[in-house]
Each structure stands twice: as structure tokens, then as C-alpha cells.
Design a binder for this molecule. Structure first.
Ligand code: NAP
Length: 424
């Protein structure tokens, strides 16, 4: 086709590029979400070429002939331009994605646990074999946070990146705050409404937001972390008493994943319940929503809020990655290349701890106590972060609930208290 111009010149309009053929591995919540979007909006230039699932006998919305039951067949199909890996098995996901990257393929994944666990290898495989891996859907669903940090904020120092990265626990805390209910009925309601898994551990014990924080640490700060280096404390032991304690001070308890740049080019990452007051944009992020606050050195504060899960929101993030791949986008990991920051846990953080376990109190080694109420069983004060890391599992098993106030200080200089809360 050509367009005639008044100058008699002509421009040949490029014929539309052939649709990118997708090999879709996994047809659950996210896989079906992406499929539905592509059906609903034809003409996007993507077509699902093949779909792989696991169980041959499961009832499906498409005929059985539409499926392969061997994901490896898709890996070895040269007619597929891009692979979308959205299965629920992190180990198998890593095998599939790393094999595809060794073939120099273009791959999209939504698997945060897999990416967080294997990020150094996944970056190295891309360099070595020339493939590309994008994973926007792995962090906060539809919120475009990874590309924002990697591409837009790739050069600018960031004072902090913090947020609510898990919709299930946020839903439970919101219900407890609104109804005065206890944890168990609030969780049961979240499960009934499909906002929490049957096994809620990954979400409620904050393993899921920890994976997301680890992914963001690579893009926002160029720091590669192993999961065990990052403190994650969840809400399995939260009670209506704790929520009421926060409400008296006009605060809410939220599970905040925080990446904080400290003096001397040190980064620390904390994923724990935190008291949040109305000055924080996170205060109003309720129900199943996610929110991220970026504190950039020159741009100032930015806040993104959106749906962190669900077929359509997560499918939307996968679609954005597919479009980015078509434009030859890849993560530049610019701060990884600069590698200027260290990682520290040599800090004291101020916590609210409710427990009736005397041993835990001794083990944590409070260095300073700012408030104590024996009758309610809580204590507020500074403890070494390393002690919390060491006793994380015992805190959980002992039924203790911990929330941080937002204050931290270097372990060796008690006078220099920093208010992290101020930068959220
Ligand atoms: N759900 C969300 O809102 C959400 C949000 C962000 C990220 N994610 C991530 O996205 C991924 C998928 O989550 P989902 O909720 O869509 O999971 P899901 O609903 O449980 O679906 C998983 C799909 O993977 C298939 N599968 C499992 N093992 C397979 C294998 N070895 N080969 C081929 N197919 C296999 C299953 O097959 P069968 O159908 O035969 O069982 C199923 O279709 C996970 O990594 C999750 O963490 C999910």
C-alpha cells in the first residue's frame, strides 16, 4: 500500500509485521488471563501458537487438542518466537526458562520465587547466549515497577523504594482494621473471595513480598541478594490488639517491603509489618491492592498503586513484556554494572513485639526500651537486625508478633537514629 502526498512523492507504508507466535507454558490464572486479553483485543500482533499444561485430565475452557502436556515440546519448537512461562512450580520454571535462555530465546516469566532465587544465573545466561528474559508480572502484578526502576531510574540514586507488595496479606489486615476481627476469620474471608491461597504461608509469612524486594534490589540498587539475607516477618500472629494499638495513634499496620539506602553506600532491605501513618501514601493502599513509593534523589517522591494479582492485571503485565520484547527491549541492569553499593544488616531497628515468651525477649537482646506494657504483653524498643534474622523462625513458631516503627540506627552508634518512616 502507498500513500500519495500532494508533492507527488510517495511513502510506502510498511506491511504489518507478522504476528509474534507465543508458546504459552501454563494455563492457570495468569495463562488464561493473558489468553483472554489477546482474544478480547485482536490485532495486537501476538498469537498463541501452542499451550502446554501439566495434567491431561483436567477440564479446560479449550478443547484437549489445543494443549501439549510436555512443556519441552514448546522449548524445541522453532516456529515459536517467544515463550511465556507461567507455571506454579519454581524449580521446573527455572529448568524451562534457563534451557530457553541457553537457546538464546526470548522469554517472559511471572515467577517471582524463581527469579529471586536465581537472578545472578539468569542475568549471566542472557549475557552468554544473547537471549532476553522479562518479568514485570513477577513484582506487583500490573504496576510497571521493574521497567520504571531499570530504564527510567537506571541512573538516578534512589533513597528508598518501599511498598505493599502482597495483596493477600493486605486484604487480611484491611479486614481486621475495618471489622475489628481476628486474624483467622479475616484470612478465611480472603480465601473465600479468592484473595488468598489455600496454603497461605508464602503470602502471610511474607516470603512472597521478600522475593519481590530481592528482584527490585537488583534493578533499583544493583545489589544481588539471596533470600536468607533479607528479614521477612509476616502477619500470621497478628491480633486485634495489635491493630487497635496502631489505631490509637491513627496508624495502620501494613506489611511493608522496604529497600533503604543508608550512609556509606550501604543498602538494607526489610520486609515486615510496619506502623504506617496518614502521611504515607501506603496508608490508603487497602484491600488486595499494592502500592510502591519511590524516593528518588532528584525526581523526589513518586507513588504507584494498582492491582498486584489476578488473571487480567497479571496478564496485562505479561502483555506489556511481550510488546517490549517485540521492540527489542531488555533490562540493562545499569546499577548492577556500576556495582557501587554494599549490603548491611549491621543495624538496630525499633520494633513493637508482642509475646509471652520470655526466652525470645532474652534472645533478641533489646538495646533500648522505649515503651513496655506488661498487662498487654508488648514491648517497644531497639533490637539488632541480626538477632531478628537469626530468630525469625522461632518468633513465628512462638506466636510472637513483630512490627517495626520505621526507626533504625547503626548498630554501633546509638545516637544516630534515622527515621526511615520519613522517607516513605
Ligand atoms: N495468580 C496471580 O495473580 C499471579 C500474580 C503474579 C504472579 N503470578 C505467578 O505466575 C505463575 C503462575 O501462577 P498462576 O496463579 O497462574 O498458577 P495456577 O493458576 O496454579 O496455574 C498453573 C499452571 O501451570 C501449569 N503447570 C504446572 N506445572 C507445569 C509443567 N511442569 N508443565 C506445564 N504446565 C505446568 C498448570 O497445569 P494444569 O492446568 O495442568 O494444572 C496450570 O495450568 C506463578 O509463578 C505465580 O507466582 C501469579
Amino acid at each position: 500500500m502507498s500513500l500519495a502526498l500532494s508533492t507527488n512523492a510517495t511513502i510506502s507504508a510498511a506491511s504489518p509485521a507478522p504476528a509474534l507466535r507465543i508458546g504459552l507454558i501454563g494455563f492457570g490464572c495468569v495463562g488464561q488471563g493473558l489468553y483472554a486479553i489477546l482474544q478480547q483485543v485482536p490485532g495486537l500482533g501476538f498469537e498463541v501458537g501452542r499451550i502446554a499444561v501439566k495434567s491431561p485430565d483436567k477440564p479446560r475452557s479449550l478443547p484437549k487438542e489445543a494443549f501439549s502436556f510436555q512443556a519441552d515440546e514448546l522449548l524445541h519448537d522453532p516456529a515459536l518466537d517467544v515463550l511465556v512461562e507461567v507455571i506454579d512450580d519454581a524449580e521446573e520454571a527455572f529448568r524451562l526458562v534457563s534451557t530457553a535462555l541457553r537457546q538464546g530465546r526470548r522469554v517472559v516469566t511471572a515467577n517471582k520465587a524463581m527469579v529471586a532465587q536465581h537472578l545472578p544465573e539468569l542475568v549471566a545466561l542472557q549475557h552468554e547466549y544473547g537471549g532476553t528474559l522479562l518479568y514485570e508480572a513477577a513484582v506487583c502484578g500490573s504496576i510497571p515497577i521493574i521497567r520504571t526502576l531499570d530504564a527510567y531510574f537506571g541512573q538516578e540514586p534512589l533513597r528508598s523504594v518501599s511498598g505493599i507488595f502482597n495483596g493477600s496479606s493486605n486484604y487480611v489486615l484491611t479486614r481486621m482494621g475495618q471489622d475489628g476481627s481476628e486474624y483467622a476469620p479475616a484470612l478465611a474471608e480472603a480465601q473465600l473471595k479468592g484473595f488468598a491461597e489455600t496454603d497461605p504461608t508464602l503470602d502471610m509469612a511474607a516470603f512472597d513480598p521478600r522475593s519481590k524486594a530481592i528482584i527490585l534490589a537488583a534493578h533499583a540498587y544493583g545489589v544481588l541478594l539471596q533470600p536468607d539475607q533479607v528479614l521477612n516477618l509476616g502477619i500470621e500472629n497478628v491480633s486485634a490488639t495489635d491493630i487497635a494499638y496502631a489505631a490509637i495513634a491513627n496508624q495502620k499496620i501494613k506489611v511493608v517491603a522496604g529497600l533503604y539506602l543508608l550512609p556509606d553506600n550501604q543498602l538494607t532491605v526489610l520486609v515486615t509489618p510496619q506502623f504506617v501513618d496518614q502521611s504515607s501514601p501506603l496508608y490508603a493502599v487497602d484491600d488486595e491492592f499494592n502500592g510502591v513509593v519511590i524516593e528518588a534523589e532528584f525526581a523526589g517522591t513518586q507513588f504507584l498503586r494498582g492491582r498486584g494479582a489476578g488473571g487480567h492485571p497479571t496478564g496485562s503485565a505479561v502483555l506489556a513484556d511481550l510488546a517490549a520484547l517485540r521492540g527489542n527491549f531488555h533490562y540493562a541492569y545499569p546499577k548492577l554494572a556500576a556495582a557501587q553499593l554494599g549490603y548491611t544488616t549491621d543495624l538496630e531497628i525499633e520494633i513493637y513485639l508482642r509475646t509471652d515468651d520470655e526466652l525470645i525477649l532474652d534472645q533478641l537482646g533489646f538495646t533500648d526500651i522505649t515503651e513496655e506494657a506488661d498487662e498487654d504483653g508488648y514491648i517497644v524498643g531497639f533490637v539488632p537486625l541480626d538477632a531478628l534474622l537469626q530468630h525469625r523462625d522461632r518468633l513465628r513458631q512462638a506466636g510472637a508478633f513483630v512490627a517495626r516503627t520505621g526507626n533504625v540506627r547503626p548498630a554501633t552508634q546509638p545516637a544516630d537514629t534515622l527515621a526511615l518512616a520519613e522517607v516513605e
